[in-house]
Write a new protein. Structure first.
Length: 316
C-alpha cells in the first residue's frame, strides 16, 4: 500500500491466491473423505503420503476407518444434548467469540485513525505497514512452533501479550495530556515555517509499539490456533454445521463490535475500548486454562474419545 495504488495492490493480492490454487492440484484428498466415498485403497495411499512410509500409518488407517463407519449418519437434534457433541461446539464457538471480542478487527480496521489520534511520530501509513509486517512474521513463528510448544501454551502467551498491550494502550491514552495528543495532528493545519522547532518526543512511539505487540500476540496464538482447534475438536458427524455456526458467531461479533467502536470512542474516549479489550484478553487466559484441551500430537480419534468419555488419559 505504500508503493502501489489500491487497484494494483488488489491485483498483486491475486498472486498468492493463484499459487495456492496451483499447489492444491498436488494435494491428495483426505483419507476420511476417500473412505466416505468407499475408496479404501486411495485412502490408504493418501494417509501413507501424509504420514510417511516409516510411520505406523496402517494402525491409524484402521482407526479412521472405524471412526468413519460409526459416524456415517447425520447428527440428530436429540444427539446435541450429548456432551460429546455440545462441549466441543461450545468451546470452538467460545474461542471464535472471544477472539473477535479481543478487538483485533476494530484495531485493524481503524488502525490509521487510531495512530492519528494518538499522534505517533511516524506517518500513520508507515505505522500500518510495520504492523502488517509484524503480523506476517508472527504467523510464521506460530506455524513453526505450534506443534513443538503446544496449542495451550501459545494461547496463554498470546492472550498475555494482548492483555499487556491493550492495557498499555488504554493507560497511555488516559494519562497522556489531550493537548499533546492533538499537537501533531494540528501541525498539519499550520505552515511548519511558522512553528518553533520542538524536540522529538519518543514517548509517542508507545501506541505503535503496543499495537505491534498486540498484533504479534494475536498472530502467534488466538489468530491461527482458534481456526486449527476448531477443525480438531469438532466431532466429524457435526463438523460441517458446527464449523458454519462458529464462523457466523465470529463475524457477527466482529461486525457488531466494529459498528459500536466509533460511537464508544466518541462517547467515552479512545481508552475505554482498549481497556475493555484488555479485560477480554484476561478472560481469554481463564477460558484457555479451564476449557481448552491440549491437542498437540493427538489424532482426531483420540480427541473425540476425550470428549466422549471425559478421560484425560486419551490426551496424554
Amino acid at each position: 500500500g505504500l508503493v502501489l495504488d489500491w487497484r494494483w495492490l488488489a491485483v498483486a493480492g491475486e498472486v498468492p491466491v493463484l499459487s495456492m490454487v496451483l499447489l492444491l492440484c498436488f494435494m491428495p484428498n483426505s483419507p476420511r473423505f476417500l473412505l466416505s466415498q468407499g475408496k479404501e485403497d486411495e485412502a490408504l495411499g493418501s494417509l501413507c503420503w501424509l504420514r510417511g512410509e516409516d510411520t505406523d500409518y496402517a494402525r491409524e488407517y484402521e482407526q479412521i476407518k472405524d471412526s468413519v463407519r460409526k459416524q456415517s449418519r447425520r447428527v440428530s437434534c436429540a444427539e446435541l444434548k450429548d456432551p460429546f457433541l455440545y462441549k466441543p461446539i461450545l468451546i470452538a464457538g467460545g474461542m471464535r467469540f472471544l477472539q473477535q471480542l479481543s478487538g483485533v478487527t476494530c484495531i485493524l480496521v481503524y488502525l490509521q485513525p487510531i495512530f492519528k489520534k494518538t499522534s505517533v511520530i511516524l506517518k500513520p501509513e508507515y505505522d500500518a505497514a510495520l504492523v502488517g509486517l509484524v503480523r506476517l512474521s508472527s504467523v510464521a513463528i506460530a506455524a513453526v512452533s505450534m506443534d513443538k510448544a503446544g496449542r495451550k501454551i501459545l494461547l496463554f502467551v498470546s492472550a498475555g501479550v494482548m492483555l499487556v498491550s491493550n492495557l498499555t494502550m488504554g493507560l497511555y491514552i488516559h494519562f497522556m495530556p489531550a493537548s499533546h495528543n492533538g499537537t501533531v495532528a494540528n501541525t498539519t493545519l499550520v505552515s511548519s515555517a511558522n512553528l518553533p522547532a520542538e524536540p522529538t518526543n519518543y514517548i509517542t512511539l508507545i501506541p505503535l509499539l503496543a499495537t505491534m505487540f498486540f498484533i504479534m500476540g494475536y498472530a502467534m496464538g488466538w489468530g491461527p490456533i482458534t481456526w486449527l482447534l476448531m477443525s480438531e475438536i469438532l466431532p466429524l458427524k457435526a463438523r460441517g454445521v458446527a464449523s458454519g455456526l462458529c464462523v457466523v458467531v465470529s463475524w457477527l461479533t466482529a461486525f457488531t463490535l466494529t459498528q459500536f467502536f466509533l460511537p464508544a470512542v466518541n462517547a467515552f474516549g479512545l481508552e475505554v475500548p482498549f481497556l475493555f479489550f484488555a479485560v477480554i484478553s484476561a478472560g481469554n487466559i481463564l477460558f484457555t486454562g479451564c476449557c481448552v484441551p491440549e491437542t498437540k500430537g493427538r489424532s482426531l480419534e483420540q480427541i473425540e474419545a476425550f470428549f466422549r468419555t471425559g478421560r484425560r488419559s486419551f490426551l496424554r
